[in-house]
Design a protein around this ligand. Structure first.
Ligand SMILES: Nc1ncnc2c1ncn2[C@@H]1O[C@H](COP(=O)(O)OP(=O)(O)OP(=O)(O)O)[C@@H](O)[C@H]1O
Ligand SMILES: [Mg+2]
Length: 294
């Protein structure tokens, strides 16, 4: 039996059996930014389980709370209610089990690519020899071994993102969170990076949660695509992508891709139509997830 079918078998609901703990579990997670002394929910009560070593794509309209959700999972923002667990243990603050690549690569401009990737290892107190070994491996993994001495300003946008990914992987996280990592790249480069990302994922064996606005990208990469409602983010749909791995752009079953993409699009459009309806006062301001499904 292939590893793909094994992975598919660990899809939704697997944690109710005797299998391994989910890589990520959210229970009743709400989050709100305080604005002018008020709290308006950005994440409106999310329950979620993500299987180990799977890739999950998050899609949803602008401002619905995707980046915020990644920060909550990474422990950079505290859930207002509910719990976040990684590999069965709570996330109570910034956590080395979770690597996060932000929407804009946040590299230290005065440090070389090498020194940027080394940064978390320095903070974690790894000795110089261990750091050098790890950073060399990581730069090789993301195809930038020859660019180790370059500073961020000397790198293209895509290269900077690869440095950011290498840095996020430095402490061997079980979970890698990617916030629209390739959105600034041209279409062909982006396709190539997606293929590279799948290769990387096969090698590191981490669970990946990826935010994207591209339905095609979500279908190509993910085992599951979670469609979120407009703010406050709630789960509108959980679409399983039933395509075999390894995946390459040319040899996917076109009919299955089209069918899955159409399903995701319908859920997204339903959610976004409701957002317009909310703006014009046609439906209650806090729709239940099922109301957003056409
Ligand atoms: N630091 C902050 N303080 C107050 N409100 C914030 C803050 N950061 C984000 N928000 C609000 O929270 C909501 C969700 O923002 P978030 O960045 O998570 O959305 P998103 O789904 O990632 O959007 P996009 O697709 O545009 O990246 C938005 O309404 C945003 O204005
Ligand atoms: Mg965002």
């Amino acid at each position: 039996m292939s590893s793909e079918s094994g992975r598919a078998n660990r899809e939704p609901g697997s944690a109710t059996g005797a299998g391994p703990a989910p890589a990520i579990r959210l229970e009743g997670v709400r989050f709100a930014f305080p604005v002018d002394g008020h709290h308006t929910d950005v994440i409106g009560g999310l329950d979620l389980e993500i299987a180990p070593r799977s890739i999950v794509a998050l899609v949803g309209p602008n401002g619905c709370g995707k980046s915020t959700l990644l920060r909550v999972i990474a422990g950079l923002l505290p859930a207002r209610t509910g719990s976040v667990e990684v590999e069965g243990r709570p996330v109570a603050g910034p956590d080395s089990r979770v690597g996060l690549v932000f929407q804009e690569p946040r590299l230290l401009p005065w440090r070389t690519a090498f020194a940027n990737v080394a940064f978390p290892l320095e903070v974690a107190g790894r000795d110089r020899a261990a750091r050098e070994r790890r950073v060399t491996d990581l730069l090789g993994l993301v195809g930038l071994r020859d660019w180790s001495r370059a500073r961020p300003a000397e790198l293209s946008g895509g290269m900077r993102q690869r440095v950011a990914i290498a840095r996020a992987l430095a402490l061997e996280p079980a979970v890698l969170l990617l916030d629209e990592p390739f959105s600034a790249l041209d279409a062909l480069t982006r396709e190539r990076f997606n293929v590279e990302l799948l290769r990387l994922w096969e090698r590191i064996g981490a669970t990946i949660v990826l935010v994207t606005h591209s339905i095609a990208e979500a279908v190509f990469l993910a085992d599951r695509v979670l469609v979120l409602s407009p703010r406050p983010a709630q789960l509108v749909a959980d679409v399983v992508v039933n395509l075999p791995r390894p995946r390459r752009p040319g040899d996917l079953d076109a009919a299955a891709v089209t069918r899955t993409a159409a399903e995701i699009r319908a859920h997204l459009e339903g959610a976004t139509d409701d957002a317009f309806a909310i703006a014009t006062g046609d439906v209650p301001a806090h729709p239940q997830p099922e109301q957003a499904i056409p």
